[in-house]
Design a binder for this molecule. Structure first.
Ligand SMILES: [Mn+2]
Length: 290
């Protein structure tokens, strides 16, 4: 498979700071070798802003706009887009570049990413990715992304969420977004928790985009960023989930975000990232019938 890595090394509009270091760190520490050892043909494209006065909101949406263009061009060229970003909200640009009305979204994250400017208590723009993707906030900014359409709620599965702001979870539970919290996987096992949700999604879409925030992992498994928290999934559980997804859907693209190398002192998050990317990008499990 021909894989194009799209690197967006920004966190909150700042280049190569905190989680903005993650994309380069991954490619400098084994990702390229790992993918090439699997027989993939890999190249890298760097995505940067050219904003003369880089405000956080402007840069964030400028990066998403550029990413949407490059994801589309990558697919047109016959390559597979692998998005490495500092922030998770790059998934909005990625799915805009694919086909937001007909592509399901599998989002692995400790957090809801469903805040809006009216519900957030942390003030973190990158805690709003799913709310933007579904058309609930920053609507004018998002509408200017090439290809953007709100992703239907019932095309989305949020896996591993356990750390929500109070108003955020209240709003999230009112939506058609399917939640697979870690406790569900703990009680029913990974297939028990995942297979019904995936089967239901498969009735609506055949193609999906997979977004991985490594803080979906339990803090004892790996510390991917400063928000890593307990009660999360194990590396083996996430890997099994990705296998189940690949067996059932045509994966159109994969994104991995929110990896801060400074938080990952024992490199466990790095190792998990390489494994998850390898699993998610495995063409051998691509479903034959479309
Ligand atoms: Mn996230």
């Amino acid at each position: 498979m021909r894989i194009r890595i799209l690197q967006i090394p920004y966190d909150s509009g700042q280049r190569a700071a905190r989680m903005g270091r993650g994309p380069m760190y991954l490619t400098d520490n084994g990702l390229l070798e790992r993918l090439r050892a699997r027989g993939h043909d890999v190249d890298i494209e760097l995505i940067e802003t050219a904003e003369p006065f880089p405000s956080e909101i402007k840069v964030t949406f400028d990066l998403q706009r550029r990413l949407a263009d490059r994801v589309r061009a990558t697919i047109v060229s016959g390559a597979f887009p692998l998005v490495l970003s500092g922030n998770c909200n790059c998934a909005v640009g990625a799915i805009a570049g694919i086909d937001p009305l007909h592509t399901g979204l599998i989002w692995l994250d400790a957090h809801g990413e469903f805040n809006t400017p009216e519900t957030t208590i942390g003030g973190f723009l990158d805690g709003m990715g799913l709310a933007i993707a579904t058309g609930r906030c920053w609507r004018e900014m998002a509408s200017r992304l090439p290809g953007f359409r709100p992703v239907p709620d019932d095309h989305i599965i949020l896996i591993g969420g356990r750390d929500f702001d109070p108003l955020e979870i209240r709003e999230l539970q009112r939506t058609g977004i399917t939640l697979v919290p870690p406790l569900l996987a703990r009680e029913w096992g990974v297939p028990g928790a995942m297979v019904p949700a995936l089967a239901s999604l498969r009735d609506r879409v055949t193609d999906i985009y997979v977004h991985i925030d490594l803080d979906v992992l339990d803090r004892d498994e790996a510390t991917a960023n400063m928000w890593a928290t307990g009660g999360g999934l194990t590396v083996a559980e996430v890997d099994e989930m990705l296998h189940l997804v690949r067996e059932r859907f045509a994966v159109r693209g994969v994104g991995l975000g929110s990896y801060d190398p400074d938080a990952d002192r024992n490199h466990r998050a790095l190792r998990a990232a390489l494994r998850f990317i390898e699993t998610a990008c495995d063409p051998s499990s691509r479903p034959a019938a479309r």
